[in-house]
Design a protein. Structure first.
Length: 350
């Protein structure tokens, strides 16, 4: 979704050169670090906007450590327009929109933590020459990144081109690229192009946007099978209606639904104002065999997680409650005594 994944790919390559097993694949793209630093990608957010056969993916990646070089590899099903996102707070706002609803439960001393009036816990609902078999479709510089759109006849041809052009490529990348190239997908390669010597990458990368034609909503994930550490991805899908995940990267991992509902924000203009958010963690990336694909759900039922928070009302509130209980019980006892007395009197008269 974002060029930052390409940066992640470059960082991972550095791990290989440094003798460290790299987490080179992050979600939809490949992340390769340089040999002179230790950095790894540990989280990824993506916004997928889809309407009328056009898809736009906006990506951001979090990098732990620093790197003077970074790269990201992103397959897309058709020719992509690539540009930098202009909203650095995008994923913060999406997180706020989809956060759980906070519901407060009241409890009263001395019933606190006794499970009587709430437990206080949160619940929640023969190698060819370099460049052979590769077509360079476009090259550009976007902010701190050098971007190249590639077509290729094979994974080996593309990785040879990447290696020749300054990318440190893990041994498994060629095989993982092959299914995409067989399906005639395009490869977007991005690497850090520092304006100043010694400039380094760390923290959250700037958002990158890829826009392309697609007959379905897709989020590429197959490159992530080359990762050596667990991968977590959160995908926000903005479309005309709620969507279901019809294909998932690993059949044994069910994505968690975080949110579904229409939102009012300039970030998601109509018709892509229905937001559905999913998250998943892949602890065994080698089991990833497919991309995320999404399709319109049977209905537009809204969903929001709920976090229950228990608050103690304090001593005097508890006193008031206890007095009320005493009065209530006392009144009941008086009524019961009168009923029994009347029955006894009636029995004597008989």
């Amino acid at each position: 979704m974002k060029l930052w994944r390409v940066i992640a790919g470059v960082l991972a390559a550095g791990f290989v050169a440094a003798g460290v097993t790299p987490a080179w694949a992050c979600a939809c793209g490949g992340y390769l670090p340089d040999a002179e630093s230790y950095a790894r990608a540990y989280g990824e957010n993506a916004l997928v906007q889809y309407a009328g056969g056009s898809e736009q993916i906006t990506l951001s990646m979090s990098v732990h450590g620093v790197s003077k070089k970074a790269a990201w590899i992103m397959p897309v099903p058709s020719a992509a327009k690539v540009d930098l996102g202009d909203d650095e707070d995008l994923f913060y706002r999406l997180d706020q929109l989809t956060r759980p609803k906070r519901v407060v439960k009241k409890t009263y001393w001395p019933f606190r933590d006794l499970g009587i009036m709430g437990n206080g816990r949160g619940d929640s609902a023969g190698a060819p020459p370099p460049g052979a078999g590769v077509s360079v479709k476009e090259q550009m510089t976007l902010g701190p990144f050098a971007v190249t759109r590639l077509g290729g006849s094979s994974g080996t041809a593309v990785t040879d081109w990447l290696r020749t052009n300054g990318y440190v490529v893990p041994s498994t990348l060629a095989a993982n690229l092959t299914p995409y190239l067989t399906e005639k997908w395009e490869i977007v390669a991005v690497k850090l192009a520092p304006k100043q010597e010694g400039e380094r990458l760390s923290g959250a990368t700037p958002p990158l946007r890829l826009t392309f034609a697609s007959d379905r909503i897709v989020y590429p994930m197959r490159l992530s099978k080359g990762a050596s550490t667990p991968q977590t991805v959160t995908v926000y899908v903005a479309a005309e209606h709620r969507v279901d995940a019809t294909k998932v990267p690993d059949a044994d991992v069910t994505p968690e639904l975080l949110f579904a509902g229409r939102v009012e924000t300039d970030t998601l203009p109509k018709p892509t104002d229905f937001l559905t958010a999913y998250t998943a963690t892949y602890r065994e990336p080698g089991k990833i065999t497919d991309d995320f694909t999404f399709a319109q759900a049977a209905n537009d039922d809204e969903y929001q997680r709920i976090t229950y928070v228990t608050e103690n009302e304090g001593f005097w509130s508890t006193v008031a409650v206890l007095v009320g209980l005493v009065l209530l019980l006392g009144g009941g006892a008086i009524v019961l005594a009168r009923v029994l007395a009347r029955r006894a009197a009636a029995g004597v008269r008989k």
